[in-house]
Design a protein around this ligand. Structure first.
Ligand SMILES: Cc1cc2nc3c(=O)[nH]c(=O)nc-3n(C[C@H](O)[C@H](O)[C@H](O)COP(=O)(O)OP(=O)(O)OC[C@H]3O[C@@H](n4cnc5c(N)ncnc54)[C@H](O)[C@@H]3O)c2cc1C
Length: 437
């Protein structure tokens, strides 16, 4: 029933990607254009040209856009190979946020929007952003969306403030989440807009100083000040932003995990090499039991993460929405890879925290997943299914009816009790979860 074999064609492509990253991209890891705000646009453009020449650029794209259209499970193998260097996905054009944005646009953009906004990103000529998170509004709870779009029957006028917007500096394809205010001309509610980043009214306040430097041009704080967009700028349908965000979220969670796994595997290989050659108390570090235990724990964690990712990918490939599967896997993988990175630093000793190792980015990168956990929990972005479902499953009965019962109980007794029971969610079947979606 379960086959873990990697077909020859897929293995060959994986090896090609790995060789490309090792031979052509790794040397750029000391390039000064890899700044504290991530690779700059000039470095990105140079890397993209290398991938284009190698015939590997945007390999994950659908065939109708010139890509190889790998399944989610195939992506798991290929993205892990790309993640060996944090610059690998940048070169191959399968890094966040572009990769998730391309996926979303491929699903819901109309023909004109594809031509103007998606094709240049697929081709690596432009970058994209997804602007959702707000200092005083949307975050773990996107229902708090505070950016407002007023519709006068012809144009939308958008006002609001966003932060943590990856790649905002210099990106041209902008996906903006805003709440259309009630109006006499049509529907309202959370909506996605698509526009050019040079449109007047998009103001980049600053690029934030963050712990990572893996994302092109870092993360921006952005103000929309009377940003005027025509009705044709609506992406998909008015009022459907949260549904579209979910569409993007499950696969994007998993591709994050795949790239992190590649980076963590590299960190482990560096730690193992150090443990082989560095000696202490008369023998190589790796021959001390405490160190060998850490290496073994890392190997176990890496393989468990790989299998978890493959499982969630299988669910998506089988037609499930994968909301809960991807959520569980992202929570698990981020925590496990954090521990892997931590043990790698321990094995490397003092050099593990220094730039002298030339390896800090992998260790930093593998630690970063912990930061991405804010959106991990089923009870947060997948509300209310997470908590409600967890309690419902414990009470027995059919899920839909149970959910109504439980929502009533939650209203009466508060969420604390529901949260305490949330662990049970992890033990239930995929089929049950999907009945609620
Ligand atoms: C590296 C990086 C890149 C990012 N890029 C983008 C981007 O390009 N575009 C974009 O829009 N956003 C981006 N984000 C932001 C990201 O989407 C948010 O961090 C995430 O949605 C959580 O929102 P928040 O940070 O405002 O956390 P908050 O909403 O302030 O939550 C803070 C903490 O409270 C916890 N919490 C909230 N509710 C509950 C609950 N019910 N039960 C238990 N715990 C809870 C959260 O899990 C979190 O740990 C990025 C973030 C990071 C770290």
């Amino acid at each position: 029933m379960i086959d873990f074999d990697i077909p020859a064609g897929l293995a060959a492509l994986r090896d090609e990607i790995r060789a490309f990253v090792v031979e052509q991209i790794v040397p750029y890891e000391t390039d000064p254009r890899l700044t504290r705000h991530g690779p700059d646009d000039e470095l990105r453009a140079e890397l993209v040209e290398l991938a284009r020449t190698a015939g590997l650029l945007t390999f994950q794209a659908p065939k109708r856009f010139g890509g190889r259209e790998p399944s989610h499970r195939e992506q798991a193998v290929l993205f892990e190979a790309a993640g060996w260097s944090t610059l690998g996905p940048v070169a191959l054009n399968c890094a966040a946020p572009d990769e998730g944005n391309m996926y979303l646009l491929g699903k819901i953009a109309n023909a004109e929007q594809v031509d103007e906004f998606l094709l240049p990103v697929l081709d690596g000529r432009q970058r994209s952003v997804f602007a959702m998170t707000e200092p005083d509004g949307a975050g773990a709870d996107p229902n708090q969306l505070a950016t407002i779009a007023e519709f006068d029957g012809t144009d939308y006028v958008i006002n609001g403030r966003k932060w943590l917007i990856t790649g905002a500096h210099g990106a041209r394809t902008w996906i903006i989440m805003a709440r259309v205010a009630p109006n006499p001309h049509g529907p309202d509610g959370p909506t996605l807009f698509l526009c050019d980043g040079r449109t007047p009214g998009i103001e980049l306040e600053r690029v934030m100083n963050t712990m990572d430097r893996n994302y092109v041009e870092g993360h921006g704080v952005v103000r929309f000040a009377d940003l005027r967009l025509p009705a044709s700028a609506v992406l998909g349908e008015v009022g459907q932003a949260l549904r579209y965000a979910q569409l993007r979220l499950a696969p994007a969670r998993l591709t994050h995990c795949m790239r992190w796994l590649g980076a963590a595997t590299r960190a482990q290989s560096i730690a193992v090499a150090h443990a082989r050659t560095r000696t202490a108390f008369g023998k190589p570090l790796g021959e001390h039991q405490g160190v060998s235990f850490m290496i073994a724990d890392n190997e176990i964690a890496l393989q468990q993460c790989r299998l978890a990712i493959w499982w969630a990918c299988w669910a998506l490939d089988s037609g499930a929405k994968g909301r809960h599967e991807s959520s569980m896997v992202k929570a698990y993988v981020s925590e496990e890879l954090f521990k892997v990175a931590d043990r790698c630093v321990q094995i490397l000793g003092g050099i593990g925290i220094s730039d002298d190792s030339g390896r800090h980015d992998f260790l930093r990168h593998a630690r970063l997943p912990a930061l991405r956990r804010p959106d991990r929990s089923p009870q947060i972005r997948d509300r209310p299914a997470g908590t409600a479902l967890a309690v419902a499953l414990l009470l027995g009965g059919r899920p839909r009816r149970r959910q109504r019962v439980v929502q009533g109980r939650i209203q009466r007794h508060g969420l604390v009790q529901a949260k305490q029971l949330n662990w049970a969610f992890c033990h239930r079947t995929v089929r049950d979860d999907n009945e609620l979606t």
